[in-house]
Each structure stands twice: as C-alpha cells, then as structure tokens.
Design a protein around this ligand. Sequence first.
Ligand code: NAD
Length: 525
Amino acid sequence: MDRILVTEKIAAEGLEVLSRVARVDVRLDLDRAALLDVIGEYDALVVRSATKVSAELIDAGARLRVIGRAGTGVDNIDVDAATRRGIVVVNAPASNNVAVAELTIGLLISLARRIPQAHASVQAGRWERGTFVGWEVRGKTLGLVGLGRIGSEVAVRARALEMYVIAYDPVVSFDRAEQIGVELVTMDELLQRSDVLSIHVPLVDATRGLFDAARISRMKRGAYLINASRGGIVDEEALLAALDAGQLGGAALDVYSIEPPAPDSPLIHHPRVIAVPHIGASTAEAQTSAGTEMAEGVVAALSGATPRYAVNAPFVAPEAWSVLQPYLTLGRQLGALITQLIHVPVRSYDLEFCGELAEVDTQPLRLAVLQGLLAANSIERVTPVNAPLIARERGVRLTERTNPEAQSYAGLLVVRVQSVDDVHVFSGTVLRGEPHIVQADGYFVDFVPQGALLFTYHRDRPGMIGRVGTLLGAADVNISGMYVGRLAPREQAMMVLTLDEPASEEVLATIRALPDIQAAYSVRL
Ligand code: NAD
C-alpha cells in the first residue's frame, strides 16, 4: 500500500479521501532534519504553505510520485526539481473560486448601497436615511478584467443579478465567454463601458500596476473599482487621487500592495472605500474543498491517472476537460498496448484526434499516449510531467493532426505507428464513459483495455479459437472475453483474449507452437 506523509493540518475530509487508498501519516511535529530522514519512505507528500519542499527534500524522497498542496500558490515547492524527477505537483486552485466570487458580489452590493458606511452610522447613534440613497446593480455594466476561474464565477452571479457583463481576457475563447453570457471586449472598451470594474487577473510582471493613473483616467467618470485579486495590480496612489478627484465613485478592496496596510493609510479611511482584510478565500467550504480537491489529485496521481489540477502539467480549460478526461486512460492504454505489440523499430508515431477530440486542446492526451508508450520500457517512472523530456532523450518522433470526422464515433483517437516497413494502425474511442480499443495493429476488434490480455496473430482456420482456449484452460487461466478481427475469411486474423490472470511464458510457448499461429504476445494494461 502507498504511504502518504502529511506535514501540515488539512481538512479532515481531505485526509479521508487519502486514507481510502493509502496509509496516511499526519506528522505535524517534524523538523527539517527529521523530515529529510523519513521522506524516503513515502510515495506522496502533502503540505500547505509552511513546509519548504526544496530540491534537497525532493531528492531525498526517492519514492515520491506526487506532492500535494492544499491551496493555490506553490511558492514553497521547488516545482522544477519535482518536474525533473517526474513528480506531479497537484494543488487546489478551484477550491476558493466561489468564496472569492461571492465576496466580490458582496463588495459590489456594498458599494452600491454603502452597507458598511450605513452600518457604522447606525452604530454611531445616527439615523441618516436620506444620506444612504444608493443605486441598483440591475441593468448596470460590470466589466471583468480576467475571465478565468474566479472571473467566470463572478460573471455567472452578476448575470443572475441582471447585470450586463463584459470582460477583457486575451486568452479566453469567444465560445467560453458566450457560454456564460459574457461579451468579450478590448481593454479600452472595458474601461469606457463599465459602471463597475472588477479585477481577477494574477499578479505577474504584465499586470503589476495595470491600473495606474492613465488607465483609471480612461474609466467612465464616477465608475467603481473592485479588487479582490492581488495587491500591486492597482496603483494605490493613483486610486486615491482618482477618488479624491471624483473620477471614481468608490472602490472596494480585499487586497493591498502591503498587507496589512498602514493603520493610518488614507486609502482605507477614504469615505468611499470599503476595505476588508484579504478574506476572499476565507470560508469554511473553501478550506474543506482545498483539502478534498488536493487529495483527489494526489489519489489520481498515485494511481497513474492524470490529476485534474497539476501545476507541472498543462492546464486544461473546463470545457475541454469534460471531453478529454475519459480519453486520457484510453491514451495511456493505447500507448502501452503499442509498445507491447510492436516489436520492430519505429520511425514515428502519428496521432490523429478525430471528432469531438478535434475541438479541444489535446496536449494532455498526447502526453498520456507518450506516457503509455514509454512507461513499459523505462526504469525511471514516466508521468505526463517528464514524458516529453524522456521522449526527447530517446528521439521518439510524434506528429499530430486533427480531423473533424470520426467515422460513426463521437470521438476517435488514432495512432499510426510508422515502422521501417509498414504502418500499424491502432485506434480507440470512449463508449458510455469506458475506453474501447476498436482497431489493433490494423485489425478491427472491440475490447475494453484492462488487466491481462493475450494477442495472437494467426491464419483464420476452424478450431483455432478452441485450441488456444484448451491450452489456456489446461493451464488454469480463465478467459473473460474473446474478440477476433480478420482481414477476410480464412485469411490473416488477430485474436484478443481478456484473461483473469496472465498467461505464463510456458503457456505462451505452447500457443506459439500451434500450427497456423504466427505470433502470440502477453500484454498487461
Ligand atoms: P485564473 O488563472 O483562473 O484566471 C486568471 C485569468 O486572467 C486568465 O483567464 C488569464 O488569461 C487572465 N489574464 C492574465 N493576464 C491578463 C491581463 N493582463 N489582462 C486580462 N486578463 C488577463 O486565476 P483565478 O483563480 O481566477 O484568480 C484570479 C485572481 O484572484 C488571482 O490574482 C488570484 O491570486 C486571486 N485570488 C484572490 C484571493 C483572495 O483571497 N482575494 C483568493 C484566491 C485567488
């Protein structure tokens, strides 16, 4: 059984998910030396933000396959060192989307109705009903800078408040925006049209000081600004000046360039500013889901599957993930089958993504096929993380193309193996959520790739299936399924047997000795 070391406090629900598949040791007492000492015994390490997962610690963790971070940022993890060793780093980036989006909506309505100011006034013994005349958000235009995970959740909620939502995001597709009822516009249009502008971009070099005096001056006069993303994106001096000059009607802030801001900061005391202490992600639900989301990623990585959120593997947009997810297992199995069935030198593998697969970003699927192709012949552990690196070292050539047609399937993954003298075609699809291989080395078959299998290349003759079955039966190997693909009656054929237990080398030898059998291979998937 795999062993997981947890060095910081995570939600009980997360621990439960982990305990279902592995032995979990929660050790909150380990100092650096002790941690270095024990890490070698573990297959997974789970941390929050206090444990420094350095290259030294990663190297000491000879068995490590996955590092889980219950939360979003991974500043405390040496991701490059992990990637080199093929260790997947999973986090929980979606866990606080709703929490931050709900706070944003709270700030939006607070700006419109000045709820915090009204509350303070009542507490101060005043009753100023005439002062607190607000405005309704319905029918107003909300401009989102960034339509990622949090931006989209804000959009959905704002639409429910009957707001008109526009967004600027250079990466998000028009289709995705349309799906959630958002009009994508340029930054200039966003500044000019928004009654309220809310920022949901990461803090990177390109976004540092994004809302400076020049940008704020291009906003609609009297508009409102909300920042629950990161301090540093809004130039606070410029913001204060714009509020004083009446260029902005108000601002709501959850984040600051320096946290906590100075107690006498004129910005937080400004009468038209609502300030909260970086509480965007602070909900009970967000903390629980940080634990479970991370744990699900760790469990997926330990079982060799592709985790939903891996920091050192490609990010997949939600709409692509729902299509791709069931194909990832198929991709790995197709890769593994090819390596175990093709025993001639290969020039290249040509991937064709057909039907529904032609419409999504297929990079994770390519990595899954590579992982399958390489894993069986590698001493080092191959994961989607280091598969491209290993492939490059071995000079594996892979080409890919898309094709909107998928015969009669919704989606079809085709791998053409170009060997020295021939092309070997393999293809698979997903039916009712289950991978099916529908073509193996050119022969049309249909089986669920799983467990122990036996493949024969033979001449189609009466009695052939019976003879192989008898030999397996005599060796006490139970057959659970049988499929035959043939080019024509009594011509070349392939038999695929799914077995409850693998056939031994001796049994294989007896099968190979049968007349008309050209080759027989045992395959493990
Ligand atoms: P995300 O990566 O899912 O989305 C960010 C989006 O911003 C992406 O779609 C990206 O294409 C877009 N983007 C990047 N640069 C841009 C630019 N210059 N102009 C316009 N769009 C740009 O991130 P997320 O999970 O939605 O997080 C958004 C922000 O919220 C981050 O800054 C994150 O740190 C912050 N956050 C705050 C809290 C809090 O407590 N207040 C909690 C969690 C996250």
